[in-house]
Design a protein around this ligand. Structure first.
Ligand code: SAM
Length: 245
């Protein structure tokens, strides 16, 4: 469970709201049972010392547990796909170690979010990320950023060490063979921003703008992956290469 407040003196903390209801009503936990509570990116085994459906108090029963965060922070900038495909990217991406997600209003995105829809969608995606992070025993809930257009994304790119664009078109040679692999430039400790197109892909104009802004074309292999498969493949490939074995 992710704590909204830090541990108090005496190493106790309060779990409130939906999480408290989950502990009491769904898990039917008792005083003395153990849960993992995460505060400021660190996970601790805790004992339940008081129980109620609005608030549960826990006390640390040991030191910080070993973390399982990827040693590379991968932010996925996903061209807005149709339907609930972003839900899938967020849920599975969180399991695979994604650091953050930025929805991008791409030229070929068929759906558009207005302000109201955007707030609703981002709130829902943030909830999916939190549940998936708990499921995967992560100590960080991936942040779901506000929707950006390509210019907005490029303006944020200085915050990262490595900029990648998954683009099957610009990452192949004249005979159509993939040239620029995903992993060639990825190293421990980097903050990576990786852009993916929606169903219709990244337009040539967008690819050119991204390239000029320093995004390196990366191939995800010889097959064309769906918009929701591509970022998940990339996360799995980076994890396997960097954390493998
Ligand atoms: N442009 C394509 C088309 O309409 O035929 C397909 C786009 S693909 C469904 C969606 C996105 O996934 C692409 O924009 C790219 O970011 C990523 N992608 C899928 N397969 C890829 C591959 N083999 N190499 C690099 N990127 C890929």
């Amino acid at each position: 469970y992710f704590l909204e407040e830090a541990f108090q003196s005496g190493n106790t903390a309060l779990i409130a709201g939906e999480d408290a209801r989950h502990i009491e009503k769904v898990m039917r936990m008792q005083i003395g049972d153990r849960v993992i509570a995460v505060s400021a990116g660190e996970a601790f085994e805790c004992e339940i010392i008081s129980l109620g459906s609005d608030a549960v108090t826990v006390r640390k029963s040991g030191g910080a547990l070993p973390g399982n965060e990827m040693p590379v922070q991968v932010t996925i900038a996903a061209g807005l796909p149709k339907g609930d495909k972003l839900d899938l990217i967020v849920q599975k991406g969180t399991e695979l170690g994604m650091h953050a997600l930025i929805p991008v209003a791409a030229e070929r995105s068929i759906v558009r979010w207005d302000k109201q829809k955007s707030e609703k969608k981002i709130g829902r995606l943030q909830k999916i990320a939190k549940e998936a992070a708990e499921q995967s025993h992560r100590s960080v809930v991936p942040e779901i950023g506000g929707m950006l257009d390509l210019e907005g994304l490029i303006a944020r790119s200085a915050e990262y060490d490595l900029l990648l664009m998954a683009d099957e078109e610009s990452a192949k040679d004249r005979s159509g063979r993939p040239i620029a692999g995903l992993m060639e430039n990825v190293y421990h400790g980097q903050k990576v921003l990786a852009v993916f197109g929606p169903e219709g892909g990244i337009s040539r104009e967008e690819a050119e703008k991204l390239r000029r802004a320093g995004f390196i074309p990366a191939s995800l292999g010889p097959r064309i992956l769906r918009a929701e498969t591509a970022p998940l493949y990339a996360l799995a490939a980076i994890s396997s290469e960097i954390e493998g074995k």
